[in-house]
Design a protein around this ligand. Structure first.
Ligand code: SF4
Ligand code: SF4
Ligand code: SF4
Length: 284
């Protein structure tokens, strides 16, 4: 086998694992634990982690040091207002990176990140007397990688699970297409492949380092687990560049950029009353 092909297979293998949940699957393979043992260990981690992060989600200004990673994101709507072209750039970059198919009809649409109206994004926040520029702002929405994710609880096959970095990941091969997770998600963050997703892709220009999906499977934003695993930033954060319209980092690290930004800015989250403790915050 020539070196180029060997290198490709090495990266493809790593990124496929990452796409399927990355660190959690690697962890299971390396530790050699059975799914049951892994589930128990995962459950213990969740219990400890959840207890830690409840306070964090309620009051992110705290300086407590928490164990493990919990990745989160800030979307700065002021920056998107300043650079409106960024919205399309971000959506395109994410969808190209993850081979998200394009279908023109709304019912067939697959979305990992997309713009929506302010009122629809923040249904629980009063819009009375808000200034027009704020309300007319388009808001980028994506999976919130909730700390208490109802989609995980609803999934009968563990195709959806929370990994050790707090990322709500998916194993597409375990997905049976029951769509319980879609019904459970209060944010409509998941899409179902009614059609063969490969039909909605230009197969000559797909990202060969990320798996395409199949018909009958659910998908959503994976917080770029495959990139995080390689020490890169999420693609959306990368394309925002110096504008810092999107900030990503470890919410459990009091010295991280995201914690600093949360301390310095007033942020809101989507549907806080759902009790899901989203890991995505908005500066409005
Ligand atoms: S936003 Fe929806 S899909 Fe994402 S973790 Fe929360 S409940 Fe699950
Ligand atoms: S559609 Fe797939 S990911 Fe969603 S609950 Fe069913 S098996 Fe789990
Ligand atoms: S974190 Fe990655 S998968 Fe999620 S919206 Fe950004 S680019 Fe897409």
């Amino acid at each position: 086998m020539d070196k180029k092909r060997r290198d490709f297979l090495k990266v493809a293998g790593a990124t496929t694992l990452a796409g399927l949940g990355g660190p959690a699957i690697v962890e299971r393979l390396v530790s050699g634990s059975s799914p049951v043992q892994a589930k128990a260990a995962h459950g213990e981690r969740l219990a400890g982690h959840g207890a830690d992060t409840h306070a964090g989600a309620a009051g992110h200004g705290e300086e407590t040091v928490k164990s493990g990673n919990r990745f989160g994101m800030i979307v700065d709507l002021r920056k998107f207002k300043q650079y409106p072209e960024l919205i399309e750039k971000v959506v395109h970059a994410c969808h190209a990176e993850h081979n998200v198919p394009h279908f023109p009809t709304r019912k067939d649409e697959i979305k990992w990140i997309w713009p929506t109206e302010y009122e629809k994004a923040f249904t629980e926040h009063s819009q009375y007397y808000k200034d027009k520029p704020t309300i007319s702002n388009e808001v980028l929405v994506l999976c919130n990688h909730c700390d208490e994710p109802p989609c995980v609880k609803a999934c009968p096959t563990r195709a959806t699970f929370k990994n050790k970095d707090g990322i709500v990941a998916m194993d597409y091969h375990r997905c049976i297409g029951c769509r319980f997770c879609m019904a459970a998600c209060p944010y409509g963050a998941r899409s179902f492949n009614w059609l063969d997703p490969r039909v909605g892709l230009d197969m000559n220009h797909i990202n060969r380092y990320f798996p395409t999906r199949m018909r009958g499977v659910v998908e959503k934003c994976n917080f770029c687990a495959e990139r995080i695993g390689l020490g890169k930033k999420p693609k959306c954060v990368e394309v925002c560049g110096e504008t810092r319209a999107m900030i990503f980092g470890n919410l459990n690290d009091p010295n991280s950029e995201i914690r600093k930004a949360l301390k310095e800015n007033y942020t809101i989250q989507r549907k806080p009353s759902a009790g899901t403790h989203p890991s995505v915050f908005y500066i409005v």
